[in-house]
Write a protein that binds this ligand. Structure first.
Ligand code: FAD
Length: 412
């Protein structure tokens, strides 16, 4: 009897496995979060032939917040594969060089973005967040990927060996695969998979802004990075007339700066650094400036549980100083879809995905922290030494090292 039962169970499980294998592309896939990671993953999966994908997003409509971001050559290699690069090229700014200056406009050296591009084999573009979001949403629409706004997930819970999502509006759903792309700060998917969900404040804030003028105010193709003492100001051009910037300062959480007029404070802190900075702050309207307290996470050891897998910032949230958060979310999308397409089980796919992505994203997270620690250090002697080191850096080698890390595991 025992033997019959054994063979019955063996055959039953084999039949189920076969059924699962052939049905993988028909799996119902729910993505939590319509940010860069969620949207690019949906697009990548759809292009690989997965049929039943939908996205649930907490916001009432598509997000229009944020200033801009750099899509580095590594991300653009993937965006090309996803047929999105042509659209990025139309509105993005080609970047060639990242110059470093101290706060009294002494030149500290320049990283050649051209060199990084050549090694990786693509181009780096600056782009406004709104433009990039539009490109992703348009592609999602073309591919008939539904996005359900106004659905804030409040809880993921076990249902046997699967997982259900409960939303704040009391709707409860299940799916074959759940992708947690719900970002850095309060990811319910990370809470479910990993238990701990507490982000770490990295002791600095960023004011970010975007500005467009009818006179040429930006140095085309360039990123300008000014380093002070516990303060930093970065300017990224999209074209001569349009660009975005970030002013960073070492500050405790909930500092009194939070609720004050941003322009007045920015001019007080950075106004004397360079006429260019002063001009750009003055031209930015107050409603286009946002104050952000900056957090990250320690490397997250577990990216999946049952049928839930984390991607993007919910799996690895690097600081803005890494320059790679969105780029890594885009790389995740490509790897996740490529691995799932070739896998027989979700468990196997998820663990392979984490295995491929963990090391690169961890190194990038740690590099972002190291740079932040150096840039937001307030010690005079440390900063002077740091700037001297910058002047003597071999930038050719620096660009090569950056490119080597960023090109890891990219498709040909
Ligand atoms: C100042 C600044 C500058 C940056 N510059 C760059 C740059 O130049 N280059 C770069 O590559 N990266 C940059 N980044 C990082 C980049 O913005 C993030 O890494 C990237 O947006 C991560 O994408 P994501 O989809 O994982 O998360 P997000 O973009 O945060 O998207 C998460 C989505 O999930 C939704 N959501 C959250 N919780 C729930 C819930 N409970 N239920 C349903 N939906 C939910 C959110 O509303 C959001 O739409 C920068 C970040 C900052 C702060």
């Amino acid at each position: 009897m025992k033997v019959i039962l054994y063979f019955y169970l063996q055959n039953k499980s084999k039949t189920n496995q076969d059924k699962y294998k052939t049905n993988m592309k028909h799996s119902e896939i729910v993505i939590l979060g319509a940010g860069v990671g969620g949207l690019t993953t949906a697009i990548a999966l759809q292009q690989k032939g997965f049929e039943n994908i939908c996205i649930y997003e907490r916001r009432k409509t598509a997000s229009t917040i944020g200033a801009g971001l750099v899509l580095w050559a590594n991300a653009n290699k993937i965006l090309d594969k996803l047929n999105l690069l042509t659209e990025v090229e139309k509105v993005g700014g080609k970047l060639k060089e990242m110059q470093r200056w101290n706060e009294s406009e002494e030149f500290l050296g320049a990283i050649s973005i051209n060199d990084i591009n050549t090694i990786i084999g693509s181009t780096s573009y600056s782009i406004s967040r709104i433009d990039f979001q539009k490109i992703l949403l348009q592609k999602a629409e073309e591919l008939n990927i539904p996005i359900y706004y106004n659905h804030k997930a409040s809880l993921l819970s076990d249902q046997g060996n699967r997982t259900s999502i409960t939303f704040e509006n009391s709707i409860k759903i299940n799916a074959d695969i759940i992708i947690g792309a719900d970002g850095r700060m309060n990811s319910v998917a990370r809470q479910y998979v990993n238990g701990n969900n507490t982000p770490i404040y990295q002791n600095f804030v960023n004011w970010i802004g975007i500005v467009e003028s009818d006179k040429p105010i930006f140095l085309e193709n360039n990123v300008l990075d000014f380093w002070g003492y516990g303060e930093r100001f970065g300017i990224v051009s999209i074209n001569k007339y349009k660009g975005y910037w970030a002013g960073g300062k070492s500050l405790p959480l909930n500092s009194s700066h939070k609720n004050r007029n941003s322009k007045t404070q920015l001019l007080k802190i950075f106004g004397s650094w360079s006429p260019k900075i002063r001009e750009i702050i003055q031209l930015t309207t107050e409603e286009n400036i946002k104050y952000i307290e900056v957090f990250d996470h320690n490397p997250i050891p577990k990216w999946h549980k049952n049928n839930v897998c984390l991607i993007g910032d919910s799996a690895h949230s690097a600081l803005p100083t890494s320059g790679q958060g969105a780029c890594q979310a885009i790389e995740d999308a490509w790897h996740f879809a490529s691995i799932l397409e070739k896998s027989e089980t979700t468990e196997g796919a998820f663990s392979k995905f984490q295995k491929i992505r963990f090391e690169k994203t961890t190194i990038i997270t740690m590099a972002g922290r190291d740079l932040a620690k150096s840039l937001f250090n307030e010690d005079l002697i440390f900063c002077e030494q740091r700037n001297e080191n910058a002047k003597t850096t071999n930038y050719k080698t620096a660009s090569q090292n950056i490119a080597k890390l960023w090109s890891k595991d990219l498709p040909k």
